[in-house]
Design a protein around this ligand. Structure first.
Ligand code: MN
Length: 231
């Protein structure tokens, strides 16, 4: 059997200290997973069940790349996030088994067309065009669990042109990584290659062409993204 057109290349992200890469199957994202960010988005941070959206696997962008300012937005935002990559999956994964499915962790930046997202939200429409556009998922090199364990506390920080915009701690996550995996696996079957963006702390804001955005997480290093001219 052949394909009637050439299949798209396998999307992948870098692995720290390796030439090999991690193949990405799906990218799931958690909404409003830090209380102070939920409040800044005008929502009640009470512990309602986590909710999810997705980005296409081929939206991934490596560390140290330039991302063109995307079309159809006047409010292009950064969101610092802890990234989780799965080596295996399942359905209805118990919380106490969730960590056994994790391959590694990375620093990420959930790029967002906030004006499109908020208009869709307020109209009860899908978020896809606000969140799942081309080159919207910056994911740095993955660090294997064998080297970094399971980070559950430590600084998560974002700067734009050297100015601190987000400065929080992973222990402020409303839903922990095992809780996220357990809950998400009750909605969809998780599989090897799935990547989860775990939500952003308070302090989100806009970038313009020429900005340099750096995200760092204790133990996972930092990633740099330069915003290029409008696409
Ligand atoms: Mn996000």
């Amino acid at each position: 059997m052949g394909y009637v057109i050439d299949p798209a290349p396998q999307a992948s992200v870098a692995v720290a200290g390796s030439e090999d890469r991690f193949p990405v199957r799906r990218i799931y994202c958690v909404g409003r997973n830090y209380a102070a960010h939920a409040r800044e988005m005008g929502k009640d941070p009470d512990r309602e069940p986590p909710f999810f959206f997705a980005k296409p696997a081929n939206a991934v962008v490596d560390d140290n790349e330039t991302v063109a300012y995307p079309p159809q937005t006047e409010n292009f935002h950064y969101e610092a996030e802890l990234i989780v990559a799965l080596a295996s999956g399942g359905v209805n994964i118990p919380e106490d088994e969730a960590e056994s499915h994790i391959w590694g962790y990375a620093v990420g930046n959930d790029l967002t067309r906030r004006d499109i997202q908020l208009k869709a939200r307020d109209q009860g429409r899908p978020w896809d065009m606000g969140k799942g556009f081309d080159r919207s998922a910056v994911i740095g090199p993955l660090h294997p669990v064998s080297e970094v364990g399971h980070p559950s506390k430590g600084s998560i920080k974002l700067t734009v042109n050297g100015e601190v915009k987000q400065d929080a701690d992973l222990e402020e996550l409303i839903w922990s990584v095992p809780e996220i995996i357990s809950y998400l696996s009750g909605l969809v079957e998780l599989k090897a290659g799935d990547v989860i963006m775990t939500g952003t702390p308070a302090g989100v804001g806009a970038m313009v062409p020429g900005d340099v955005c750096v995200v760092s997480i204790d133990g996972l290093g930092q990633i740099t993204t330069t915003i290029g001219p409008k696409a």
